[in-house]
Design a protein around this ligand. Structure first.
Ligand code: 2HG
Ligand code: ZN
Length: 450
């Protein structure tokens, strides 16, 4: 078992020899790396390592492997399942300083970006291109972390999750070797697609130091609309019609009256529509015909439309600020599940009752991504956050054929429930893959089976 409390004598000095004084943090300044932004996961670390280049990252990792010291790789620390927080006294390997980025190649629409570049920076790198993955934390979330967690977000229905944007990676293994496959060829059928395997591996296989990303043409003339509806069944059927009938559809997101009321009360957001309704569907589309397609779809339903950047940002705030809502009331338990389309409306209307049956004092805020079946269940516990909320929501999700993690990963929050999603045979294979990449067993040892 890798050492987690304190460090072997002389190791800090070795870290400083590799990364310099500024590349090794100890003491009070490590606090921000040891807690997540929601406050749900708090740990401590004897050292935060901040390599300035991939070679330093490789040397630091090799030192940790030789000393049998556990490491938690960390990007922008925006994760929601505790997978990037040193909950057991691990060393933190922050990739924030790996910020080299090449130019966007206009021929292929690709960019090579260091792991510490933020998603917002990638999206802004060229006027004609955008990053297909759009998440609310894009100003802090980094390329490395977004790949390692296979981030999803607001445009998955159109462009897929982070895995689908990756054409190649550079990564370091715990033995200090550097894997590099950054050529970006679209057709490259030469064996195992390990970049795809690293996407969603949650820092357990290798540490991503750079990636070759496929960008998408920047959507032209995007139009955003919030439609008011009488419930989640109507939200679902209108979103599915939008997928079929609106050619340039980018997003289909929903939120409910309760979350909106809290945003009004705590964040001062005025109502999006003249009269309140039970459920809201936000649609965004771009390209020729987008405005007409959306108008045809919405018909006489109450709606607010945005075309300018300011109008669209105002409408998006209702949805993008929902992750903050539960935090207004307490320390949230944030669950992100997906269910088959046929079960989506039932799940979404019944899950608050499933939670309150397990914890009568809980508050439940529901919102998320409609077209890919992903519902965010944000819970402010009334009783202890002792796993009862996960038990209730995950069992219900699994009973409907759903997944206990649609986009945030397993981390430490969901580890005990992985058996609801993955068989013993699959989990044993996970452990064997892991040993092949990281025989020392030092990478994020408390996340995923080992
Ligand atoms: C979103 O879709 C994110 O807004 C965050 O996945 C969800 O905070 C959450 O639970
Ligand atoms: Zn989400």
């Amino acid at each position: 078992m890798p050492a987690e409390d304190g460090l072997p004598a002389g190791l800090l000095r070795e870290f400083r020899r590799v990364a310099g004084e500024s590349g090794v943090l100890t003491g009070a300044v490590t606090a921000g790396y040891a807690t997540d932004w929601t406050g749900a996961f708090a740990g401590r670390t004897p050292a935060v390592l901040r390599p300035a280049d991939p070679e330093q990252a490789a040397d630091l990792l090799r030192l940790c492997a030789e000393a049998d010291v556990a490491v938690v790789p960390q990007g922008g620390n925006t994760g929601l399942v505790g997978g990037g927080v040193p909950g057991h006294g691990e060393v933190v390997l922050s990739l924030a300083r790996l910020r080299d980025a090449g130019p966007v190649d206009p021929g292929s629409g690709q960019i090579t970006a260091g792991a510490g570049i933020t998603l917002a920076e990638v999206a802004a790198a060229h006027p004609d291109f955008d990053l297909g993955v759009l998440i609310a934390s894009r100003g802090s979330a980094t390329v490395g972390g977004a790949i390692a967690t296979n981030a999803g977000g607001l445009r998955v229905l159109r462009y897929g999750p982070m895995r689908a944007q990756v054409r190649g990676v550079e990564a370091v293994l715990s033995d200090g070797s550097v894997l590099s496959h950054l050529g970006g060829l679209v057709k490259d059928n030469t064996g195992y697609d390990y970049p795809s395997l690293l996407a969603g591996s949650e820092g357990t296989l290798a540490v991503i130091t750079a990636a070759r990303l496929q960008l998408v043409p920047r959507p032209a003339g995007p139009v955003t609309v919030i439609v008011g509806l009488d419930g989640v069944a109507a939200v679902h059927s209108l979103a599915l019609r939008a997928v079929r009938e609106v050619g340039g559809l980018l997003s289909a997101e929903f939120f409910l009256a309760e979350g909106l009321a809290l945003l009004a009360e705590r964040a001062g957001l005025g109502p999006p529509l003249p009269a309140p309704v039970p459920a809201y569907l936000l649609l965004e589309a771009a390209g020729p015909g987008a405005a007409d397609d959306l108008a045809g779809l919405v018909g006489d339903l109450p709606a607010a439309v945005g075309t300018s950047p300011a109008q669209r940002a105002r409408l998006w705030a209702y949805r993008e600020r929902h992750p903050e809502v539960a935090g207004f009331l307490g320390t949230p338990v944030k669950l992100d599940v997906s269910v088959p389309a046929a079960a989506w409306a039932r799940f979404t209307s019944e899950v608050p009752g499933v939670v309150t049956a397990a914890d009568p004092g809980a508050r439940v805020i529901i919102y998320g991504h409609v077209a890919d079946g992903n519902v965010h269940v944000n819970i402010v516990p009334g009783g202890a956050a002792d796993g009862r909320h996960q038990d209730a929501v995950f069992s219900y999700t699994a009973s409907l054929g759903g997944s206990i993690s649609a986009e945030h990963g397993i981390g430490v929050l969901k580890g005990p429930w992985l058996g609801l999603a993955r068989s013993p045979v699959e989990q044993a294979l996970f452990a064997r893959i892991r040993r092949a990449f990281d025989p020392a067993g030092i990478l994020n040892p408390h996340v995923l089976p080992r």
